[in-house]
Design a protein around this ligand. Structure first.
Ligand SMILES: [Zn+2]
Length: 308
């Protein structure tokens, strides 16, 4: 399987993680972070299961499109042989029950949006988009529940659902029918990637501002603040991770840009943001090495280098 559009955490999840590390999430926001993490874990888990198989095909993750004014998101598309599979990955746990067409969580007592309806909407829009691209391959769509703690009562047999205990057989089938990838499939995959929207208007994050967020370098692994150990090394007392100051500053800048796209990356801003690095000189040096310098004197700031 060729992973042509790899799975990465969304900006929304990344922002929530930073805000969590810098202590600015309410209890409600923490629950939202947990939900986002679970969703991402589910997608990672499914990617892992697909990638460890010997399946010939193309995998595309997280596609966001606008078709005639309607926005829709696709978790995963698999291009295999003559078919295109649209997969919506769900990491729900608990017992659910379908009552009069509604999906109801037995434990919390709450209804959730019917995921089959969402999938159908997505399929319709994607079918139209693919037709416009002149695609002749068949489109099949499924909801995939990856969490073994999930159970659904009253599930009709004709629903496009793959339950945890069926994933293995589903992948076996794919493996059997897969053939080496054709050039036309690559062309279609690249076209589908190029049509993706960059900005996600569904992104919802809690309000925050530079002044109120706690400053310092967050550990990449456990998101606790790191402290200076010696020379140019930082240590996390939470998990024992060590990191060079340079790499911590580069991460700090990326975080800063993610949270404050409208602010300029200046030595002073990054000095304040990273806090633990005592020397402005070091900050300036790392910025000049890893980022492009724009402007002069007081208006000097840095932007990301264009990839070669
Ligand atoms: Zn740590």
């Amino acid at each position: 399987m060729q992973d042509l559009k790899p799975l990465v955490p969304s900006d929304e999840l990344r922002i929530y993680r930073v805000l969590d590390g810098r202590n600015s999430l309410s209890e409600k926001d923490k629950q939202q972070l947990w939900k986002l993490e679970r969703g991402f874990e589910g997608e990672m888990e499914f990617s892992r299961l697909v990638m460890e198989r010997d399946i010939e095909g193309i995998l595309l993750n997280d596609l966001l499109y606008e078709y005639k004014g309607s926005l829709f998101q696709v978790d995963k598309l698999l291009l295999i042989n003559n078919s295109i599979l649209l997969l919506d990955i769900k990491n729900h746990e608990d017992d659910y029950i379908i009552k009069e067409g509604k999906w109801h969580n037995e434990r919390t007592g709450q209804d959730i949006r019917n995921p089959v309806e969402q999938l159908n909407r997505c399929e319709t829009l994607l079918t139209n988009l693919l037709q416009d691209l002149g695609n002749k391959n068949a489109l099949e769509s499924s909801l995939v529940f990856v969490n073994p703690e999930f159970f659904l009562y009253n599930a009709p047999v004709d629903q496009p659902i793959i339950f945890p205990s069926q994933i293995n057989r589903f992948l076996n089938k794919l493996q059997k029918k897969s053939l080496s990838v054709k050039k036309s499939q690559f062309i279609l995959a690249e076209k589908l990637i190029s049509l993706c929207k960059k900005e996600n208007p569904f992104t919802r994050v809690p309000p925050y501002n530079f002044e109120e967020l706690k400053k310092g370098v967050l550990c990449e692994r456990c998101r606790r603040f790191m402290r200076k150990l010696r020379g140019r090394t930082l240590v996390c007392d939470g998990c024992g991770s060590l990191e060079r100051v340079e790499s911590a500053i580069v991460r700090g800048v990326k975080e800063f840009v993610l949270l404050f796209p409208e602010k300029k990356v200046t030595t002073n801003h990054i000095y304040e943001w990273c806090k633990v690095v005592e020397s402005k000189h070091t900050i300036r040096r790392v910025l000049s090495e890893h980022f492009e310098v724009v402007g002069k004197w007081k208006s000097t700031h840095f932007i990301e280098k264009m990839e070669e």
